[in-house]
Design a protein around this ligand. Structure first.
Ligand code: SAM
Length: 190
């Protein structure tokens, strides 16, 4: 869907433009690494994790010339990185692939945990305007479009503050919208 793709790139680059220079970034469910690469102007070193060997192969081949990015195979719930070690964490288009709610909640907890204090978190997802919607397509494609309220509450419960949100596109006859969010992990009172 070219419109979705173009708008996502447009809004992501607008977010990136407003971010400070940072040392380390993590992209969870990085796919072919295209959006990981959009962080390069602001982030010294990036790593991307995905469960798809094919997409990782493409990411590695497309960005073989870029030593500041590395791509690895891992499940979202088993990423071997240290807590509080990233200045920016991305997770785009992934939570709707995670159907099980415990796994989803664990993922959001890990995203918040990988971010250090004062770090940014960029999330992108298709979300439902009302209750959670499970799409079980005859093609075999399964997705969970979580309710916006529930999604935002999960991120808030994990200590992430919403900075800004952008609607990329409406879908499913207006029942869902694809959105991009910028969160910030504030410094905890010690
Ligand atoms: C819709 S794609 C988004 C890719 C990329 N972040 C983007 O925005 O273009 C969802 C990605 O999540 C990955 N993914 C889905 N479930 C995963 C899991 N359990 N662990 C790791 N990656 C997963 C898929 O392989 C796919 O690359």
């Amino acid at each position: 869907m070219p419109e979705l793709y173009q708008r996502k790139r447009y809004y992501l680059s607008a977010i990136v433009e407003h971010l400070p220079a940072m040392k380390s970034g993590l992209d969870i469910g990085c796919g072919n690494g295209e959006y990981t690469a959009m962080m390069l102007p602001k982030v010294e070193k990036l790593c991307g994790y995905d469960i798809s060997p094919g997409l990782l192969e493409k990411a590695k081949a497309d960005f073989a010339h870029e030593p500041r990015m590395n791509f690895y195979l891992a499940d979202v719930n088993a990423i071997p990185e240290n807590p509080q070690s990233f200045d920016v964490v991305l997770c785009m288009g992934v939570t709707s692939c995670v159907i099980d709610d415990n796994k989803y909640r664990a993922l959001i907890g890990q995203i918040a945990d990988f971010a250090q204090e004062n770090a940014f978190v960029i999330m992108g997802d298709t979300l439902s305007h009302s209750q959670n919607l499970l799409l079980d397509d005859p093609s075999g494609y399964v997705a969970m479009y979580r309710s916006m309220d529930y999604y935002l509450a999960t991120l808030r419960e994990n200590g992430l503050e919403l900075v800004s949100e952008f609607k990329i596109i409406d879908s499913h006859g207006g029942r869902t919208a694809n959105k991009l969010f910028l969160f910030w992990k504030p410094r905890r009172a010690h």
